[in-house]
Write a protein that binds this ligand. Structure first.
Ligand code: GTP
Ligand code: MG
Ligand code: ZN
Length: 326
């Protein structure tokens, strides 16, 4: 599949896989329809095929696999997906897509306006909260930040909602140390970078992984703007001095992060600052939409609650209700 895997595959097969047909456990770093790349327990990247039909695998999945030497060929075959600790999902065309599993932190990369898309951010934060995945906002491209562009006010909204935020510039290196420190924590084994197209997810990864071959061509297409858009999730090995390597997943930016797979109460849970006001609404089951004496709407009018967060909340509830009508 990739350059990294081709370098290691033959040695790995000859040295160890040929001698055993025992099941091994690894983590999927890339998943296509029938093929995958596995990070083995010794941190080798190997190509594999997905064995059983209907195996719904996603990057980050822990899998068991073995070596199949039948028919004269030797290939690694994934035959079981182990239980997931968590899985970030989005809805698309009334189907639920599995994006990445078993991560310790979701890095939601954002950039100054016009790329600071609060609707997209709030959707992914809510989907992460539903899976109890800790999230951190990475405001990238701080080198472009202007004093009065509203970026700090937007970031403050997330800080007051309880979300950890760091500020970086992948091109000048500013703030990258804070991100590096976060990713080198011993308790972190896997992290995923998400965010709309163009905010700099792949550029951050390139800065963090100087020797990594971030593949082009196979996983990227050149857009009209002359930049590379990631079209497939790829997990990269992040070597760390003090502890075992971590896996960093680069997710493609998506146009529409659908949330139909969530319930209304799961959306409520994604907005803790709105939920805190519920006890002051006239109705205990207030949807904060058009009910009288709604403390949430009042707080938005007073400027005590970010209007953008309220809009995101309404937008998600509307989508869930519309989907339920079918
Ligand atoms: N000024 C500035 N430009 C940056 C920074 N980080 C990335 N860029 C530029 O932003 C553009 C998009 O970066 P990518 O890393 O491809 O963005 P992405 O989030 O991976 O985009 P998708 O793969 O389409 O989801 C490129 O032209 C980068 O050079 C930064 O910190 N500052
Ligand atoms: Mg990218
Ligand atoms: Zn209300």
């Amino acid at each position: 599949m990739g350059r990294q895997s081709r370098q290691t595959k033959s040695e790995a097969c000859e040295d160890s896989w040929d001698r055993t047909s025992q099941d091994r456990v690894g983590t999927l770093t890339v998943v296509t329809r029938r093929h995958a790349q596995i990070c083995t327990s010794s941190h080798q990247l190997e190509d594999a095929v997905l064995g059983a039909r209907g195996l719904e695998a996603c990057p980050g999945d822990k899998v068991s696999f073995n070596l199949d030497t039948s028919a004269g060929a030797s290939k690694l075959v994934v035959h079981e997906i182990l239980e997931r600790r968590n899985c970030l999902k989005r809805s698309s065309d009334r189907k639920t897509k599995l994006l990445v599993a078993n991560i310790d932190v979701l890095l939601v990369v954002v950039a100054p306006p016009p790329l600071f898309n609060t609707i997209a951010i709030d959707r992914v934060l809510t989907a992460a909260a539903q899976q109890a995945i800790p999230a951190c906002i990475v405001l990238n491209k701080v080198d472009l930040k202007k004093h009065d562009d509203g970026t700090q006010a937007l970031l403050a909204t997330y800080r007051s909602a309880g979300c950890h935020c760091v500020e970086t510039s992948a091109t000048t290196g500013e703030g990258m140390q804070a991100l590096f420190a976060l990713l080198t924590q011993e308790t972190l084994h896997a992290a995923a970078f998400t965010g709309i197209s163009g905010v700099g997810k792949s550029t951050i990864l390139r800065a963090l992984l100087p020797e990594a071959t971030i593949r082009t061509g196979e996983v990227s297409v050149r857009t009209g703007q002359g930049r590379q858009t990631t079209s497939q999730t790829v997990g990269h090995l992040f070597q760390r001095a003090a502890t075992a390597p971590a896996l960093l997943f680069d997710l493609p930016g998506v146009q529409q992060f659908g949330v139909c797979h969530l319930t209304e109460s799961e959306v409520h849970a994604g907005f803790p600052e709105l939920e805190r006001l519920r006890s002051q609404c006239k109705f205990s089951d207030c949807s904060h939409h058009a009910e009288p004496a709604c403390a949430v709407r009042e707080a938005v009018l007073q400027g005590a609650l970010a209007a953008s967060r309220y809009r995101s909340y309404l937008d998600m509830i509307k989508e869930i209700r519309a989907a339920a009508r079918y």
